[in-house]
Unconditional design. Sequence first.
Length: 165
Amino acid sequence: MKTSHVKPIPEGYRTITPVLTVRDAAQVIEFYKEAFGAEERYRMMTPDGKWVAHAELKIGDSIFMLSDEMPGMESSSPASLGGTSVWFFVYVEDVDAAFERAVAAGATVKMPVQDMFWGDRTGEVADPAGHRWTLATHIEDLSPEETAARGREFFEKMMQGAESV
């Protein structure tokens, strides 16, 4: 029954909420706690206690959901798909410290921390479930024109390197 005092978007949620499918969700949740300081808000197990049917976690001011890959569900983990086409971009106060914390917790380095042309210092890791996380700290305010000029230079160099391979 719908009542007028119920918010259409629950308290603490944003308009878009990512939902992850993973293998061994209980272990992945512990990794997110250790690597990214995630807070576990809720966990519901399947009746047999075998799988995490639904969990909600919060990193900073952002909530996301996850569940185990289970028979009968139409979602697959990156491990089953052989990779992922989606990753998370997370702004943090100190990217170098956040990156070190994630790696110490078991994340795989995909791109070391470095200053990027758009004014962020970023590094990229993959979590044990196969999801990718770009960690960033904004270090420089640029105009759209400055960003475009630096971007052109960056992509020209990248394309030249790709041609020589």
